[in-house]
Design a protein around this ligand. Structure first.
Ligand code: NAP
Length: 243
């Protein structure tokens, strides 16, 4: 049994380790856009496949029995390609998606369908925004005219001149997030609904400071995909498939 594990997340790295420990061979696939990426254990391939057709060809050319898509919840193109390639080759596909975040009673969240919809909301909340949406989608905020702090793992190319950029990789601690929000006198936080504990401290900090948070909704999953929410469930799926 060998699994193609579409990765780029902490869950994918953990799953690669657990599958390997179960004696299930794994080839992890990374998009290759993050410099100094944290690598999973085992075999790793890097770079795009060349669309859904390219992925289907890759699956035919390699001795792989199943595909697990453990990419980020916003990596919608990769997931659509995995679904199409699985249909085309007949290989089973499982999607591992961590649950999204849900607001508590003391949160002041505002949902947006896209980065540009989020950008349109911002002026109602103040003049100083903290963008924690990564590199993709940042451009939508370039013309808001707000004083903007943006945090990414790697700098966008070209480097934006309309915002102050902080380069940092989670996990982040609540005290550090509080200090950052205070230091930059932030009025509103913008996030994707990435889910998971590694980057949720900003939400705790925003709640403590009574700040509004604009949350960008996840893209919908393609219809009919078998989906689990935890690494353990994905491991059980692969173990069952290997028998
Ligand atoms: P995307 O928009 O869905 O994918 C764009 C293209 O990148 C895909 O069509 C594919 O190229 C290539 N690609 C994406 N993931 C790949 C993988 N695991 N292995 C090989 N090729 C991959 O994805 P994205 O939003 O750019 O995310 C890229 C990677 O970063 C993903 O692995 C994702 O898990 C990770 N990530 C994304 C976010 C985010 O907010 N989007 C945040 C954290 C981490 P081809 O069409 O040429 O095959």
């Amino acid at each position: 049994m060998k699994v193609l594990l579409l990765g780029g997340t902490g869950e994918a790295r953990t799953l690669a380790e657990l599958l390997t420990a179960e004696g299930i061979a794994v080839v992890s696939s990374l998009a290759g856009r993050t410099t100094d990426a944290r690598l999973p254990v085992g075999e790793v391939r890097t770079g795009g496949f060349g669309g859904a057709e390219g992925l289907a060809d890759w699956l035919r050319d390699h001795p792989v029995d199943a595909v697990i898509d453990a990419t980020h919840p916003f990596a919608a193109t990769m997931t659509a390609h995995a679904a199409a390639a699985s249909r085309e080759t007949g290989l089973p596909l499982l999607v591992l998606r961590r649950p999204g975040w849900t607001p508590g009673p003391h949160d002041n969240w505002h949902w947006a369908d896209s980065p540009s919809a989020a950008a349109n909301l911002l002026p109602t909340f103040g003049s100083r925004a903290f963008l924690t949406i990564g590199r993709q989608g940042l451009d939508a905020f370039a013309t808001t005219g707000l004083c903007t702090l943006a945090r990414c793992v790697d700098a966008p190319e070209p480097r934006p001149t309309w915002c102050t950029l902080i380069l940092a990789r989670g996990p982040f601690a609540v005290d550090d997030e509080l200090a950052l929000l205070r230091e930059h006198r932030i009025d509103v936080v913008v996030t994707k609904d990435s889910g998971g504990p590694a980057t949720s401290a900003k939400l705790d900090a925003a709640r403590q400071l009574h700040l509004p948070v604009v949350v960008i909704r996840r893209p919908p999953l393609p219809e009919g995909l078998e989906t689990v929410e935890s690494v353990d469930q994905a491991l059980q799926w692969a173990v069952r498939a290997s028998h």
